[in-house]
Ligand binder design. Structure first.
Ligand code: SAH
Length: 538
């Protein structure tokens, strides 16, 4: 078969380029730390490593090209192993040279060796030459592990040794004079140690850390009437659907499942149950809580890609279930999934929830799951949903809410800054409390009953579980390339911040339900008495 030069060049460029890039990042440690630590006598000279790694990365790249070209069913698995060993390989340099963490770098090095050996075996199954090309690399990793181990033993804690005879001329600060020059002062151990410390690896590492912190602290998708586009992007990218399934809302965990989550060791991912199943359970719990009985017409306000719309359409085959969203991509995806499942009673439209085109009194059940967060006019959102609800119909709302601000417990500056990030990163204009949603509903004066609940404990495990499902199955992200890697890092940071805000009580998972007055069971509009206005927690 003729050589395909483009793919071959790319295959070689991936390990060689990333290895070179990482070595530039680790340069400070290579220059300012590594020369001064103790090394075993059998350590090769410093000039040896650059050419050696370039050679090994080239062999590895050629091997990966041969496996790609073979394109057997095993190739996908082989590439997963290949990607994993490369990540461990690349992570080693910053762990060792920049963080100077001997223990973690050793663990990383062993993982690189294990995955490299597995890759070599998988490659050999596919193409003998590819397996052979990996062999020198695996052998060198054995040597590198021995070297890492020996250096770690000679330099406990990873710091430069205090009494290093070899350091004097190397650490001689530039403004010091050499012997024989005017103003020469012999360096003491103390002055050498002092001159060594500040210029070493710490300053660049701190600068990189601060720069990264700045990038991750600056929200990237501030609300600006862009909700539709943000969801279009997420839908096109596919990563959200891959991990979260067809439901873009939190899962439901019973009391036992919540406890189970915390009892498991952290490295198991604390999976109290299947992540996607938790979302179906949420809908079933929300439906039960809504107390809606056999609705004939259902409106799903802010339907995402329609997971709930289809679930309700399947549950109530005689009902007509309509989903609305601002994202045309979500409508397209929702419609095609409904067709795939043969659900002719589920349909989707692009429509703004704050200005719906449906007639008054159209739906038996109005369902709003995690869409209120995005509404700039929460009052209009509530009024519109009440308007299209039939008399006697049920409304049920699930929403991420911020805690109620009271005179006794005002939001602090730190609370406000945390909330600001949570608003801005995922295109939220602002949040309100669930008590506020209940008041807005009661203020329509058309409701026979309204009450609320806080489902924070039932939904909290979702956040961290969503990070762990990605850790166990990172392939979709890995194969999507740097843009998605960056975006995924941002999502992880935001998810963790959400978890903390909910765990600390700054955010609450609000549930609001109500019956519109004037239904067959009778019941006039409720009066906004003091008692009725105070929401109950069920
Ligand atoms: N309820 C869905 C998805 C929640 S994600 C689920 O359970 O999977 C939030 C959804 O609200 C997105 O589909 C977004 O397009 C929609 N949304 C946000 N603002 C909206 C608005 N003003 N009008 C209609 N839909 C809106």
């Amino acid at each position: 078969m003729p050589i395909q030069w483009g793919p071959l060049a790319l295959a070689v460029a991936i390990p060689v380029g990333s290895g070179f890039g990482i070595s530039l990042l680790s340069m400070s440690g290579l220059k300012n730390w590594f020369p001064y630590i103790r090394k075993p006598s059998w350590e090769p000279p410093p000039w040896f490593f650059g050419p050696c790694w370039s050679f090994l990365y080239t062999l590895m790249g050629v091997a990966s090209y041969l496996v790609w070209e073979a394109g057997t069913p095993l190739s996908a698995t082989a590439f997963k192993l290949y990607g994993t060993q490369l990540i461990f390989n690349l992570a080693w340099q910053p762990l060792f040279f920049v963080a100077n963490n001997m223990g973690i770098s050793q663990i990383d090095n062993l993982a690189a060796l294990g995955f490299a050996a597995a890759t070599a075996l998988a490659f050999r199954e596919i193409n003998r030459t590819a397996g052979l090309l990996m062999a020198p690399y695996v052998a060198f990793l054995v040597f590198a592990n021995a070297l890492n181990f020996s250096v770690a033993r000679l330099n406990p804690g990873g710091r430069p040794p205090r009494e290093s005879a070899a350091t004097e001329d190397l650490t001689h600060p530039q403004d010091m004079k050499n012997p024989g020059q005017d103003g020469y002062q012999p360096a003491t151990q103390a002055s050498l140690a002092a001159s060594r410390r500040p210029v070493s690896h710490r300053a660049p590492a701190a600068a990189v850390f601060l720069a990264l912190k700045q990038v991750f602290d600056t929200p990237s998708r501030t609300y600006d009437t862009n909700v539709g586009e943000v969801y279009d992007d997420w839908t096109d990218e596919g990563v959200l659907e891959y991990f979260w399934g067809e439901h873009i809302h939190l899962g439901y965990y019973s009391r036992e499942e919540q406890q189970k989550a915390w009892k498991q060791p952290i490295w198991t991912g604390r999976h109290p149950k299947d992540f996607k199943q938790a979302k179906f359970d949420f809908i079933d719990e929300m439906l039960a809580w809504s107390q809606s009985d056999q609705p004939a017409t259902v409106l799903d306000v802010g339907c995402g890609i329609g997971g709930t719309t289809r679930h309700l359409a399947a549950k109530f085959p005689d009902a007509k279930v309509t989903g609305i969203t601002l994202s045309p991509q979500q409508v397209a995806r929702g419609t095609s999934l409904a067709a795939e499942r043969g659900l002719s009673n589920a349909s989707f439209q692009v429509m703004d929830a704050q200005a719906m085109t449906f007639a008054d009194n159209s739906f038996d059940l109005v369902w709003a799951c995690e869409s209120g967060e995005h509404m700039p006019d929460k009052q209009k959102y509530i009024q519109e949903m009440e308007r299209v609800l039939k008399p006697g119909g049920r409304i049920v709302i699930a929403c991420w809410c911020q805690r109620e601000e009271t005179a006794e417990r005002p939001l602090t500056a730190s609370d406000k800054s945390k909330l600001k990030f949570l608003y801005d990163e995922w295109a939220h204009p602002f949040f309100v409390s669930y008590q506020q949603f209940a008041r807005l509903l009661q203020d329509t004066k058309k409701m026979a009953s309204v009450d609320t609940a806080d489902w924070t404990p039932q939904t909290l495990p979702t956040w961290r579980q969503s990070i762990w499902v990605g850790v166990w199955d990172p392939w979709i992200v890995i194969f999507k390339g740097p843009k998605v890697w960056y975006r995924t890092m941002r999502e992880i940071v935001t998810i963790e911040r959400m978890h903390r805000a909910f765990a600390q009580g700054l955010m609450q998972y609000g549930m609001i339900r109500g019956t519109k007055a004037g239904g067959p069971a009778g019941g006039g509009a409720m009066h906004a008495t003091r008692d009725a206005r105070a929401p109950t927690t069920v």
